[in-house]
Write a protein that binds this ligand. Structure first.
Ligand code: GLU
Length: 421
């Protein structure tokens, strides 16, 4: 029986090593990028509503700033751990390199299930995180954004705390802020829209069109729900959505005729579940992964597609909405079966691309309209997609290997000019 490596740091290090070898790069490159430049662990005391004190553990990892200030989200999740944060920050470096935006990679997290906190506790925790990390953040240093379970409100508290401590109006220190507080139009939907754009481009290469395609989406948080909505707006038919519930675990709904995503989002916001949505029926986890759809979009957490469910998959294309949703073993199996995968570091780059636009708008003090943001996002993503595709053709490899080659080649060149090796 194959034992799978589920540690995302070990997995990303392995692919970095392989990529350096395929590109004939010196061992020094691998040594320079296999670990983050700096990782900080903090313990954040929070006064709870009942008067007691809880101490939450948080991290910030700054992987590599060759191409610019480090950039990446902060997640609030009970499963957060050091190796995960490190891996996520490494992926951010590659994602920014592929997107051609002037940032390095960073990532942060707090070990907490935010659903167990009151609004006041959540605010104090968010502000506490910034208080502990204040010195290493900044619009020219390290720029956080939302990630799993964090949103514009949490980022607004964090940006407010940072500006209070620094006595500045340094709004560019955080992206993903509410539009009314110097955020960018189009930021909250940006990752989802980006997934839809990449999915459409990939289908074109497979000589298929989005109009005749059926899609299943795993995860209905900010990323999954917006991806589903944008896919639908571009003409795709989303036939199934899966979610996770604290008590129930994995569950999914299905409607062969296509789910109305706008209505489903309102329903989910109101009821807190997808179950019971008009016209849909509940399906089991095994049925979800086995659906005979054209495209599958895993948009939840790492390692969702692994040795246990990969053989069930019948989709012809997988677009990775989440970071690291496939284990390397699953990836290998899909490669052998000829199933095309658009990798996370390309597919979900729409979020950080619009974060870059937000940062540019903050530094310029000049704000764009939504149409302009969306047009530019598409331009950046289509360019990134084509660069990765050219690499794939040149090296006759899959899109994941091509994406890593594109990013690492660029980083190696830039580090050489900087005199780092
Ligand atoms: N958390 C998002 C990601 O993983 C967005 C990061 C950002 O906008 O900086 O790409």
């Amino acid at each position: 029986m194959t034992v799978e490596e589920l540690n995302p740091l070990k997995n990303v290090q392995k692919i970095i090593k392989e990529t350096c070898k395929n590109l004939n790069l010196s061992e020094s490159i691998y040594k320079l990028i296999k670990e983050p430049d700096r990782v900080i662990e903090v313990n954040i005391p929070v006064k709870m509503d009942d008067g007691s004190i809880e101490v939450f553990k948080g991290y910030r990892s700054q992987h590599n700033n060759t191409l610019g200030p480090t950039k990446g989200g902060i997640r609030f999740h009970q499963g957060v751990n050091l190796d995960e944060v490190k891996a996520l920050s490494i992926w951010m470096t590659f994602k920014c390199a592929i997107a051609n935006i002037p940032f390095g990679g960073g990532k942060g997290g707090i070990i907490v299930d935010p659903k167990t906190l009151s609004k006041g506790e959540l605010e104090r925790l968010s502000r506490g995180y910034v208080e502990k990390l204040y010195e290493v953040l900044g619009e020219d240093l390290d720029i956080p954004a939302p990630d799993v379970n964090t949103n514009a409100q949490i980022i607004a508290w964090m940006a407010d705390e940072y500006n209070k401590l620094s006595r500045e109006n340094a709004w560019g220190t955080f992206t993903g802020k509410p539009v009314v507080l110097n955020g960018s139009k189009g930021r909250s939907e940006a990752t989802g829209l980006g997934i839809a754009i990449v999915l459409k481009e990939a289908l074109k290469k497979l000589n298929k069109s989005l109009n005749n395609s059926s899609i299943a989406v795993q995860g209905f948080g900010n990323v999954g729900s917006n991806a589903a909505l944008c896919i639908e707006n571009l003409g795709g038919k989303v036939v199934s959505v899966a979610e996770w519930h604290r008590e129930k675990g994995f569950y999914a709904i299905h409607d062969e005729r296509g789910l109305n995503i706008e209505k489903l989002i309102s329903y989910f916001n109101e009821k807190g579940t997808l179950l019971g949505f008009a016209g849909s029926s509940e399906i089991k986890e095994e049925e979800f992964w086995s659906l005979p759809v054209d495209v599958l979009v895993p948009a939840a957490l790492e390692n969702s597609i692994n040795i246990n469910n990969v053989d069930l998959i019948k989709a012809k294309l997988i677009c990775e909405g989440a970071n690291g949703p496939l284990t390397p073993v699953a990836d290998d199996i899909l490669k052998r079966k000829g199933i095309e995968v658009t990798p996370d570091i390309l597919t979900n780059a729409g979020g950080v691309i619009v974060s870059y636009f937000e940062w540019v708008q903050n530094l310029d003090n000049y704000y764009w309209n939504e149409e302009h943001v969306k047009e530019k996002e598409e331009e950046f993503l289509v360019d990134a997609f084509n660069n990765v595709w050219s690499m794939k053709e040149k090296f006759n490899c899959n899109m994941r290997n091509a994406a890593y080659m594109y990013a690492i080649k660029k980083l190696a060149e830039a580090m050489k000019y900087r005199g780092w090796y």
